[in-house]
Design a protein around this ligand. Structure first.
Ligand code: BGC
Length: 755
């Protein structure tokens, strides 16, 4: 395609720096024919309500609006035949025949549901994560979708926040790598191909830092913290080419993100050079009325002028922007700019050439939920599991063992997919009981539910809004417990599937108590007291407070919400066909009072000298500072030892590089995989540094007895941070380095960055 460059010059007008855009002739031609109303129509995103309605409004009269040219995009609709009808309205019934963007929340797989994102993140396997996104794109596009509202890259350090499930956890470096892998997976090499879709990085910005972990709550932080800790994953997604951005519900520096010009224009476009389009979150423009920024007309004008291009569901743009133009509050040019960005996205997808390119009705049959995709879901699930505790070699379990399989999540399909899986079908998921029978047909399995997920009916009601996730049994708690103990009695080993129901995490699912619900704790205590080996297969969408369970004589395998192949993947690990290798990516607290808890805390003037209490130092009277389970932690059936951790030189020059390496040896009895992590601590700089920061990782396989040297090359670039001027700099001086199997490791040595 030949592109015309109107001008590549930057020029200054009334003190504003204006960067002329690269223009696309086809888009400019259409724009030149459009009326103001038609342009405003392109800024309107509607849903007929086929998906998850997360706000009060569901769009009305969608069909008429499309035909009247009042819709730029549609979401919550799936299937080529249905979408074709909508696309035909847009193409055949409107004056200019502009096709629609078709959006969807494909968060962790489409029909082939992968583990929740916090789970796949725990694999630290970027190829695997990218493949899951590619499969999601293949399936979603086969079903007519061309625009995905993923990845969610919000850094989250508060496990009370239910949406921690949807992201990569607490770390900006790891979060950035994952953001990149996902965008590349969704968008592929070429957005015009029929099996790739536009990726939306969300929720811009800082949505994961809601005060108190309460969803949609206020966010407030310094620019320094934003730039160094919260913004990198969004930036990484954009650098990887994400063609759209979703603004978040929360405040950023006192102004809601959807109306925040600093965020959506100065940072996003002027500083970062983003040239795609920005969509609001669900009714987030309208919600600025409740935030206190004015009426619908005022907040819609504010958003457009701030740099928001598309209004999700709220229709503030559709119903008020015309008036604002008449009143001189918004210029037609500002509307043209937003419409241009939407049309450019349609152009990138090739929709002007063929509006029906994603609508091949034969594709769903051949491209969705194939065996190959299910195999990948099984692999991704296995890779996401984290062995949190080993007790007396209970794992792996012999395939001919007598097993008591108990717990409310053991024979349960409704809770396997996890939060934000509206395109998945829970009935297609493999339960743990089924998985055990598939993988170990010769085992003797006695199943008992043992307990309800929760006995609290009012809690269950809140959790069950999207389906029967918490089933409170007619049977009494006592008789369920007795049944479980009877099953335990006749078995060699007890496997208890416990934890959270799907809707106990995710959007609008914040909790102040993040322990396993009491109904299940009673069961766990009783099982542990039998003296038989006990393995907890723990499901959750967040880090939990499992201080009590860590002290019980049990092994703990964290499996998140594993997706459609849940039971098979869990059986693969329990019976030793796969040796667990995941490491957690968000710290697990000792108790809620310790939150936020994360490894890369800053230095203070009064550091606690050790894990013991010291008066007048920064610590608590009643809990240690460290996490119960630190970032980067996870065990294996085998053991790994680190030795010879060293730097190849003492001095790093500005243009040079330094090699930091360690010898890793598999010292146990199984072949296994280890995630080798490199952390750095900048000892002296102009802005207080974190005590350590992840700067690299490698996932390696080691046969039993085998050793490998793992090397990380570090340059000045890796040592940079944002200073008080928000310049990205590396300051000379001493840097400590750490290489090991979790963030809880001691420094191995140091090197100097020279001036
Ligand atoms: C969520 C977004 C999602 C949107 C559309 C909102 O409530 O915050 O993540 O993309 O709904 O479903």
């Amino acid at each position: 395609m030949k592109k015309v460059y109107l001008s590549l010059l930057c020029f200054t007008l009334f003190g504003l720096s204006i960067q002329a855009q690269e223009r696309i002739p086809e888009v400019e031609e259409i724009l030149s024919k459009m009326t103001l109303e038609e342009k405003i129509g392109q800024l309107n995103l509607v849903t007929p309500g086929g998906g998850v309605a997360t706000g009060a409004v569901v769009s009305k009269n969608v069909e008429d609006k499309i035909k009247e040219g009042k819709v730029g995009g549609l979401f919550g609709v799936s299937g080529p035949d249905k979408i074709r009808i909508a696309q035909e309205y847009a193409v055949n019934d409107t004056r200019l025949g502009i096709p629609l963007l078709i959006g969807s929340d494909v968060i962790h797989g489409y029909k082939t549901t992968f583990p929740i994102p916090l789970g796949t993140a725990s694999s630290w396997d970027m190829d695997l994560i990218k493949q899951t996104a590619q499969v999601a794109a293949t399936e979603a596009t086969a079903d007519g979708i061309n625009w995905n509202f993923s990845p969610m890259v919000d850094i989250a350090r508060d496990p009370r926040w239910g949406r921690i499930a949807e992201g990569a956890g607490e770390d900006p470096y790891l979060g950035s790598q994952i953001a990149k892998a996902m965008v590349e997976g969704y968008q592929g090499e070429d957005l015009a191909l029929p099996n790739t879709m536009i990726s939306t990085v969300k929720h811009f910005a800082l949505y994961g830092a809601a005060e108190g972990g309460r969803d949609y709550n206020t966010t407030d932080m310094s620019r320094l913290r934003m730039f160094n800790e919260y913004l990198p994953p969004y930036k990484a997604a954009l650098d990887a080419g994400a063609a759209s951005v979703m603004s978040s519900f929360n405040d950023v520096d006192g102004i809601p993100a959807s109306g925040n010009k600093w965020l959506l224009t100065e940072l996003l476009r002027d500083r970062w050079g983003f040239d795609g389009f920005v969509v609001s979150d669900y009714t987030s423009v309208n919600e600025m009325i409740a935030h206190g920024l004015g009426d619908l007309k005022a907040v819609s004008a504010l958003s457009l002028k701030a740099g928001l291009d598309m209004d999700m569901v709220g229709e503030g743009f559709l119903t008020t922007l015309g008036k604002s133009v008449k009143e001189g509050k918004v210029s037609e040019e500002e509307i043209t700019t937003a419409a241009r960005r939407i049309l450019e996205a349609k152009h990138k997808l090739g929709l002007f050439e063929d509006p029906y390119k994603y609508l091949d009705s034969k594709r769903p049959e051949t491209d969705i939920l194939t065996q190959e995709h299910r195999d990948l879901a099984r692999k991704a699930a296995r890779g996401s599991f984290v062995l949190l505790k080993k007790h007396q070699d209970a794992l792996p379990v012999s395939k001919s063992a007598k097993i008591a399989l108990v717990g409310p999540l053991a024979d349960n399909k409704n809770n396997m997919l996890g939060t934000w899986a509206p395109t998945g079908d829970p009935s297609l998921s493999v339960s743990i009981l089924e998985g055990f029978k598939n993988v170990a047909p010769e085992a003797t399995i006695s199943y008992a539910k043992g307990a309800n997920i929760s006995n609290d009916t009012s809690f269950a009601k809140k959790v069950n809004v999207f389906g029967p996730r918490i089933m409170i049994s007619e049977e009494s708690a006592e008789s369920m417990l007795e049944e479980a103990l009877a099953a335990a009695e006749k078995s060699d080993i007890i496997i208890a599937a416990v934890g959270e129901a799907t809707e106990m995490s995710g959007e609008a699912a914040s909790r102040t108590d993040i322990k396993i619900p009491e109904s299940q704790k009673i069961l766990i205590r009783e099982l542990a007291a039998t003296g038989k080996p006990v393995v907890l297969v723990l499901m959750s969408g967040r880090p939990l407070d499992i201080s009590e369970e860590m002290d019980l004589p049990v092994s703990i395998l964290q499996v998140w919400h594993p997706g459609v192949e849940a039971g098979n993947a869990i059986a693969d690990v329990v019976f030793g066909d796969y040796n667990p290798s995941g490491k957690i990516t968000a710290s697990w607290p000792r108790n809620v009072g310790q939150i936020p808890v994360y490894y890369s805390v800053k230095t203070t003037g009064r550091p606690a000298p050790s894990e013991d209490f010291a008066k007048f130092k920064t610590n608590y009277l009643d809990a240690k500072n460290s996490a119960l389970i630190p970032f980067g932690y996870g065990l294996s059936y085998t053991t790994f030892e680190y030795s010879d951790v060293k730097a190849d030189q003492k001095e790093l020059t500005r243009n040079g590089k330094i090699s930091l390496s360690a010898k890793v040896t598999n010292t146990g009895n199984y072949n296994g995989e280890e995630i080798v992590q490199l952390y750095i601590h900048d000892k002296v700089r102009s802005v207080t540094p974190p005590v350590k920061e992840l700067k690299g990782f490698q996932k390696i396989s080691l046969k039993k007895g085998e050793s490998k040297i793992v090397t990380f090359e570090i340059t000045e670039e890796d040592l940079k941070f944002y200073n008080t001027q928000l310049d990205f700099v590396a300051e000379p001086g001493e840097f400590e380095f750490f290489i090991g199997g979790s963030s809880a490791i001691e420094a191995a040595g140091s090197f100097n960055l020279n001036n």
